[in-house]
Write a protein that binds this ligand. Structure first.
Ligand SMILES: O=C(O)C(=O)C[C@]1(C(=O)O)C=C[C@@H](O)C=C1
Length: 299
């Protein structure tokens, strides 16, 4: 046996041992997830987007070597998707209409190959599937400032059956030369949970009309800087318009600052404000950059 063959055999043995350990750990992780599922039985839905984001951030922060972070996170996405499946019903309702026909791929990449997925031709159908418990998560196109019939307007109300925005996709962007450029927002029922680094969406019900610029000024009075804004009115004669803003941080609710400040600053003009969702800030291109470019691709 040549020295090279001997060395190859040794290294393959080492890979077999590593695979056995990884496999054993996956079996154990699944068992622990089932135990968590039993403890959470009464707190449906069992999905925790904030916790998942924290796990992904920790993985990226700890990573070293030449395995791309995109690959590392993809593996964990599959593991966590199955973990959710182990704990109870877990399914997706994905918008597949003209506005964003390609969300299915993004949903599959994020929520695993085996997760049941249905496609819907309208945003309202996706919201209904989540509201009536047929789907755990709804995957919808990003907010468009000029939409005549935006899906987010259906979230501007109170109630335990009103879905809320819980994630923004992709959480981990693909390397620029490899990935598609589709984006999505994910909605779910259930109590919100901060991830440690979040953004929020709020909607204000404003008497009469308000331009996006005027709404930004109003937000500034409450110390809020809008990343994005959108407005919607239900026809010419409607008494209200609805103004949406995406802001940094985790907003608690209209009773607490800064939203209570916003309502005060607006005087009579703002009758109601809803926090229609919060989501963990996705990883940046810099955070996803390779930790070890030197050895990758070398022959
Ligand atoms: O931490 C939990 O609550 C879990 O259920 C575990 C777990 C995981 O596998 O890491 C699974 C699903 C949740 O969405 C978040 C995390």
């Amino acid at each position: 046996m040549s020295a090279t063959t001997e060395k190859l055999d040794d290294l393959r043995l080492e890979i077999d041992e590593i695979d056995a350990q990884l496999h054993e750990l996956l079996i154990r992780r699944t068992e622990v997830s089932q135990q968590i599922g039993k403890l959470k039985e009464r707190s449906r839905p069992h999905i925790r987007p904030g916790r998942e984001a924290a796990i992904m951030r920790n993985l990226v922060a700890r990573h070293r070597g030449s395995l791309p972070k995109a690959v590392l996170l993809r593996l964990w996405r599959e593991i966590i998707a199955d973990s959710a499946q182990q704990q109870g019903p877990f399914s997706l309702s994905v918008y597949a209409g003209e506005e964003a026909p390609e969300l299915r791929d993004l949903a599959r990449e994020t929520f695993g190959v085996l997760t049941p997925l249905s496609e819907q031709g309208s945003n309202v159908r996706v919201l209904n599937e989540v509201a009536n418990g047929k789907a755990t998560l709804g995957v919808l196109p990003p907010i468009q400032s000029d939409s005549r019939n935006p899906w987010w307007r259906h979230l501007a109300r109170d109630g335990a059956d009103v879905p809320r925005i819980v994630s923004r996709l992709p959480f981990a962007p693909w390397p620029r030369d490899r990935g598609g450029d589709s984006e999505a927002l994910v909605v779910a029922l259930g109590p919100p949970e901060p991830s440690g680094d979040d953004r929020s969406f709020l909607v204000a019900e404003v008497q009469d009309r308000m331009s996006r610029a005027a709404f930004k000024d109003l937000l500034a009075k409450a110390g809020l800087v809008a990343r994005e804004t959108a407005t919607w009115t239900d026809g010419e004669d409607a008494p209200y318009c609805y103004c949406l803003a995406e802001v940094d941080g985790y907003l608690e609710g209209p009773e607490a600052p800064p939203l209570s400040d916003l309502i005060e600053a607006a005087g009579e003009r703002v009758s109601r404000v809803w926090v229609i969702g919060r989501y963990p800030v996705p990883l940046s291109d810099d955070e996803m950059a390779s930790t070890d470019r030197g050895t990758r691709g070398r022959r």
